[in-house]
Design a protein around this ligand. Structure first.
Ligand code: AMP
Length: 178
C-alpha cells in the first residue's frame, strides 16, 4: 500500500486539546482522533520511522501507555521487536527501575532485565514529549541494558516545556510542535 503521507498540518488538526484534564491547568493532547483515522495513524507512524529500513532496528521501545500504540505499530513496520517501558509494579518478570523528578514528587519506570541485548539498535517512541523526564528515564534504562538509541520519536512536542534539553545527545524527532 502506498498512499500519500499526511501533512503535519493534517495531523495537528486531528489532535484534540482538552483543557484542565486530568487536572486544572493541563492542556491534555488527545490523540485518539489520529488513531481512529487510518491515513493519519498509518502516516504518523510512517513519519516517525522515516529513514529507517526494515532490519535497521532491533527493537522499538514504547513508553507506557499511549507510546505503546505508536511503538508497536512502528515495530511491525520495521520488522523489529517491541519492548515496553512501564510504570513501576506492572511488569511481571525481573526489572530494573529508574526514578525521576516530577513537579510534585517522583515517578518510577521499569523494563525487564532481559528485554534488550547489549549492542542492540533501538528506537524509543512515545506519544508526547513534555518535560522529557519520562523519556530521559526510559533512555537510562535502555543504556543500562547496554543497548543503543538511534532515535527518539514523539508525535507531539510541547516545546515550551523544553524537554529536548533533557534529552541532549539523543537524536529527537517530533511531528507536531506546540
Ligand atoms: P514528560 O515526562 O513531562 O515529558 O511527560 C511525558 C509523558 O506524559 C508522556 O508519556 C505523555 O503521554 C504524558 N503527557 C504529559 N503531558 C501531556 C499532555 N499535555 N497531554 C497528553 N499527555 C501528556
Amino acid at each position: 500500500m502506498c498512499e500519500e503521507l499526511p501533512t503535519i498540518a493534517e495531523i495537528r488538526q486531528a489532535i484534540r486539546n482538552i483543557p484542565d484534564f486530568p487536572q486544572q491547568g493541563v492542556q491534555f493532547k488527545d490523540i485518539t482522533p489520529v488513531l481512529a483515522n487510518p491515513r493519519l495513524f498509518n502516516g504518523s507512524v510512517e513519519l516517525l520511522v522515516e529513514g529507517f529500513k526494515p532490519g535497521a532496528v532491533d527493537a522499538v521501545v514504547g513508553i507506557d501507555a499511549r507510546g505503546f500504540i505508536f511503538a508497536a505499530a512502528a515495530a511491525v513496520k520495521l520488522r523489529a521487536g517491541f519492548v515496553p517501558v512501564r510504570k513501576k509494579g506492572k511488569l511481571p518478570y525481573k526489572t530494573i527501575e529508574q526514578t525521576y523528578e516530577l513537579e510534585y514528587g517522583t515517578n518510577t519506570v521499569a523494563i525487564h532485565v532481559d528485554a534488550l541485548q547489549p549492542g542492540s539498535r533501538v528506537l524509543l517512541i512515545d506519544d508526547l514529549l513534555a518535560t522529557g523526564g519520562t523519556a530521559a528515564a526510559a533512555a537510562e534504562l535502555v543504556k543500562k541494558l547496554g543497548a543503543q538509541i538511534l532515535q527518539m520519536g514523539f508525535l507531539i512536542e510541547l516545546s515550551y516545556l523544553k524537554g529536548r534539553q533533557r534529552l541532549e545527545g539523543y537524536p529527537v524527532r517530533t511531528l507536531v510542535v506546540y
